[in-house]
Design a protein around this ligand. Structure first.
Ligand code: NAD
Ligand code: LMR
Length: 328
């Protein structure tokens, strides 16, 4: 039996948490022969509800689930964590932008960053899902003294999956036929789903979907606004698709990226593509060994793409400015 991997999940009693825990415990994150420990973190008042979820986890008798801990104590929750999935935070409601949540959610990530630095395992990796996820990840990273910056990620995989699904539907192919699709910038309505480099079965998307007007003026805004459209339709923000994207993100970071392709995840910029170093921005990422990752270099950035990317980076810089008091 392998040594269990410890996964800490914040917001474990929330709607994404509820979906996520059962998939992690069933092996969807690390495969069918890898045991996991779950350390579930909630605010005090949600602990009774979380206790119910713990009962259900036990009732599943998952062969891979070694240990479950539910707590409101951050050090206990992040103790020995190899992965921390930071989901816990308030979701937006109708008519809000995600960065309207900065004032409410930003401060959650200072204490969590500090506790991760104190209590997590040496090889900790952190995926921030709670919105606005790029800037929340920045806050956690900057407060996690001693944890390397390349261990922090913010989730834009849901946007990538949405973009692939929309291109596939338009082209009459399966979403798995769409590759090399990068979400650039912020997980917000300024994000840039870059159709210009994307491929369908190895062919440029623009050769297959020749309706440029649709690509520029329907596809891009639909991906940018998909979260808001779901909130309008469900009366609650995306949950199962967000949980699925969190699983996809981690799996993509722990398994080698298929040859020639990349995945979208927001990472701490090293200055690639003119994105200022130190901000958490989505870009094309590969991993060869499932441990370290690198920014894919040489992706063509047209003048059209550059303008869109720059707009989203400017928004990230203004979010960073708004939370400067939270950055250690
Ligand atoms: P939810 O309200 O159902 O659950 C959030 C949970 O977080 C609650 O149980 C709450 O008690 C808990 N929580 C709040 N503050 C906490 C803290 N300090 N520590 C630990 N737990 C805390 O919300 P949800 O639908 O699960 O969404 C969670 C977050 O994920 C929201 O911010 C949402 O906007 C975001 N989200 C991001 C993406 C993405 O693509 N990045 C996609 C969907 C949702
Ligand atoms: C999403 O993209 O579905 C989430 O970020 C939730 C939201 O606020 O849109």
């Amino acid at each position: 039996m392998k040594t269990p991997i410890t996964v800490s999940v914040t917001g474990a009693a929330g709607q994404i948490g509820y979906a996520l825990l059962f998939r992690i415990a069933s092996g969807a994150l690390f495969g069918p022969d890898q045991p996991v420990n779950l350390r579930l973190i909630e605010i005090e008042k949600a602990l009774p509800a979380l206790e119910g979820t713990v009962m259900e986890l036990k009732d599943c008798a998952f062969p891979l689930l070694s240990e479950v801990v539910a707590t409101a104590d951050l050090d206990e929750g992040f103790k020995g964590a190899n992965w921390a999935l930071l989901v816990g935070s308030v979701p937006r409601g109708p008519g809000m932008e995600r960065n309207d949540l900065l004032g409410i959610n930003g401060k959650i990530f200072t204490g969590q960053g500090e506790a991760i630095a104190r209590s997590a395992a040496e090889d900790i990796r952190v995926l921030v899902v709670g919105n606005p996820c790029n800037t929340n990840a920045l806050i956690a990273m900057r407060n996690a003294s001693g944890v390397p910056n390349d261990r922090f990620f913010a989730m834009t995989r849901l946007d990538e999956n949405r973009a692939k699904a929309q291109l596939a539907e338009k082209a009459g192919v399966h979403s798995s036929d769409v590759t090399n699709l990068c979400i650039w910038g912020n997980h917000s309505s300024t994000q840039y789903p870059d159709f210009t480099t994307a491929l369908i079965n190895g062919q440029p998307v623009t050769d297959i979907i020749t309706d440029r007007e649709w690509l520029e003026n329907t596809f891009i805004p639909d991906v940018q606004q998909r979260g808001a459209a779901i909130i309008k339709a469900r009366g609650a923000s995306s949950a199962a698709s967000a949980e699925n994207a969190a699983i996809d993100t981690v799996r993509s970071l722990v398994t080698p990226t298929p040859a020639g392709d990349w995945t979208s995840v927001a990472v701490c910029s090293d200055g690639s593509y003119g994105i200022p170093a130190g901000i958490i921005a989505s870009m094309p990422i590969r991993t060869e060994d499932g441990k370290s990752w690198s920014v894919v270099q040489g992706v063509e950035v047209s003048a059209f793409s550059q303008e869109k990317i720059s707009g989203s980076i400017a928004e990230l810089q203004s979010e960073m400015d708004a939370v400067k008091d939270l950055l250690a």
